[in-house]
Write a protein that binds this ligand. Structure first.
Ligand code: GDP
Ligand code: IMO
Ligand code: MG
Length: 441
């Protein structure tokens, strides 16, 4: 049974939650491999809307095992709130949720450092979610991080906390003039969390390989998107983890040789939250229209998302960096009322035409998008059951995107509901999950 990685191809919020939820009935396990509760993955089921932050988007399907891998950073208080809110809504977690022993913890000083650092950056501020994700990864790389398994050993937890609190308090007080923390208070709170979370903490790398060896199929759910990757994104305006497909192996302990394919998720246009370059960004009435129609407000912070046209340079880059086999295109319906739709096919920089995404921050910031215009379809796409039902001009738009990015589409999403999903003809998904055909229709 295939093991497939799902990644965002843009700057996050592509609709990964919806796509993972739609594919989940065809797999046995969904695992998150990076990021933390900076993510906000929305799944809409009928009138119910769920926003998942740390728990995989497969959790709404009873029987699907959900794993939080070692590459994720966990705010245990926020995770418990998320678990309780799901349980209140009737979702089963016991026996379905497994948390890696090696996942690093977000400690109370991490959000404090995140916010204090942002406040000092001035116009170079990243616009983080303020959840402490970056500082938690800093500690992981600096080898002073505290891991899930440490919650189960009070002596070790105190020892690690004492070192960290002393160091962070100095930074907070002397560099940032900010509030400091006490060891005992954190220790007591985190020991309470430990009591709650202990039954879920396990060696998930071992578990995943046992499941894979016994024939289970695993979906790796990426958070954020390719352009926010710590190595391949628009550094320094990125998140602090490996959001791209390679992160699926290191962030779970499943070797790359056991990954069978990579599916990218892309919006029919582009959005970005926070600072940093965004070549196809729009302002004015069209941007407002797309923001309103697409409800483009952050699922985690509620901030308005910056909106822009589809950027084929970014999409091609995502195909290359992730080795995408296929792309699920979401939010086509949001463009239904646009008279003209633009596609960025390249960037103009210093009189030169660039068709490969430039890795230099200054070049990206100065790049002028080169657009191709297509006339809008001005007809609803929501409710279409197959590609043939879509307006001819919408079909042409999709064909042109596929041609430009060099990877075939597998799904077209025309609404937030599960049913508002079209399975493409010859969809690569059918090769991996033949049962998709009967479930989607
Ligand atoms: P994620 O972080 O990639 O999971 O994406 P988010 O959940 O942050 O943002 C995507 C938003 O678009 C959510 O509110 C989804 O419910 C919604 N959505 C997903 N697919 C579609 C679609 O095809 N059309 C519309 N109109 N909304 C969609
Ligand atoms: P999902 O998984 C969109 C952005 C923040 C900021 C940068 C760094 O829902 O797609 P961080 O808090 O991670 O240190 O912030 O990354 N960012 C996201 N943008 N979707 C997300 O997650 C994001 N997670 C982080 O806005 O620009
Ligand atoms: Mg999101």
């Amino acid at each position: 049974m295939p093991n497939i990685v799902v990644v965002g191809t843009q700057w996050g919020d592509e609709g990964k939650g919806k796509v993972v939820d739609v594919i989940t009935p065809h797999v046995n396990v969904v695992v998150r491999y990076q990021g933390g509760n900076n993510a906000g993955h929305t799944v809409v089921v009928g009138r119910d809307k769920y926003v998942l932050h740390s728990i995989p988007s497969g959790i709404l399907h009873r029987g699907c095992r959900c794993v939080v891998g070692c590459g994720v950073v966990i705010d245990p208080g926020a995770l418990i709130d998320e678990m309780e809110s799901l349980v209140r809504r009737g979702v089963t977690l016991d026996g379905n949720l497994f948390i890696s022993k090696n996942a690093h913890l977000i400690m109370p000083y991490h959000p404090a450092l995140d916010r204090a650092s942002e406040a000092k950056l001035g116009k170079r501020r990243i616009g983080t979610t303020g959840k402490g994700v970056g500082p938690a990864y800093v500690d992981k790389a600096a080898r002073v991080g505290i891991r899930m398994v440490d919650l189960l050993n009070e002596c070790l937890l105190r020892e690690k906390l004492e070192v960290n609190v002393a160091q962070k308090n100095r930074i907070l007080r002397e560099i940032y003039d900010a509030q400091t923390f006490g060891v005992d208070e954190i220790l007591n709170t985190y020991l309470r969390y430990a009591g709650w979370l202990a039954p879920y903490i396990t060696d998930t790398a071992l578990l995943l390989m046992k499941w894979i060896d016994s024939g289970y199929s695993v979906l790796f759910e990426g958070a954020q998107g390719t352009m926010l990757d710590i190595d391949h994104g628009t550094y320094p305006f990125i998140t602090s983890s490996s959001t791209t497909a390679g992160g699926a192996a290191t962030g779970t302990g499943v070797p790359p040789t056991r990954l069978d394919g990579v599916l990218g998720v892309s919006k029919a246009y582009t959005t970005r939250v926070g600072g940093g370059p965004f070549p196809t960004e729009m302002t004015g009435a069209v941007a407002e229209h797309i923001r309103a129609r697409g409800n483009e407000y952050g699922a985690t912070t509620g901030r308005p998302r910056r909106c822009g046209w589809f950027d084929a340079v970014v999409a091609r880059y995502a195909v290359r960096i992730n080795g995408l086999d296929t792309v699920a295109l979401t939010k086509l319906d949001v463009l239904d009322q646009c008279e003209t739709v633009k596609i960025c096919t390249g960037y103009r920089y210093n009189g030169e035409l660039l068709t490969d995404f430039p890795e230099d921050e200054n070049v990206i910031a100065a790049a002028e998008p080169v657009y191709e215009e297509v006339s809008g379809w001005l007809a609803p796409t929501g409710g279409a059951k197959n590609e043939a039902d879509l307006p001819a001009k919408a079909r042409r738009y999709l064909e042109r995107l596929e041609e430009l990015i060099g990877a075939p589409f597998c799904l077209i999403s025309t609404g937030a509901q599960r049913e508002e999903t079209i399975l493409c003809e010859d969809s690569p998904l059918l090769r991996w999950f033949p049962s998709v055909r009967s479930s989607l229709f």
